[in-house]
Design a protein around this ligand. Sequence first.
Ligand code: URA
Length: 158
Amino acid sequence: MGWDELRQAVADCTACELCKTRKQAVLGVGDTEADWLFVGEGPGAEEDARGEPFVGQAGKLLDAMLAAIDLQRGDNVYIANAVKCRPPDNRTPEPEETAACWPFLARQIALLQPKLIVALGKPAAQTLLQQEVKIAAARGKLHDFAGTSLIVTYHPAY
Ligand code: URA
């Protein structure tokens, strides 16, 4: 599946309950040749309305975090989420929801082939590492995702 097919498959997805309450699915945004992949939790209200990840309050901080390391959205950076549809009331996605959405994130990673994956917060870290994660313990270490370096840090909203 290429990017166009993936975008369509995500837009049409009904694999979990989140499809019933979303305005639209949010695939991701950025440079499809990026070295850096940032993975958040799931779209919030603004992301659901605009169809782009991290455009609300947490997004402002993420952009500031990127700027602090001389990066910017769209330039060698791709931003995605563990789930592509907004969990109602911004609740944490359920394990069955992240599991249902996992093939989409896995396909994004396969297409991007980033040099570094940054998991923002626990749901993203647990989805990528497929294990229970304590952020404080997982931070500051280099993890591995199928041969790609992965680091874990706090979610900007935290
Ligand atoms: N928080 C996330 O984890 N992802 C978004 O897209 C927005 C807020």
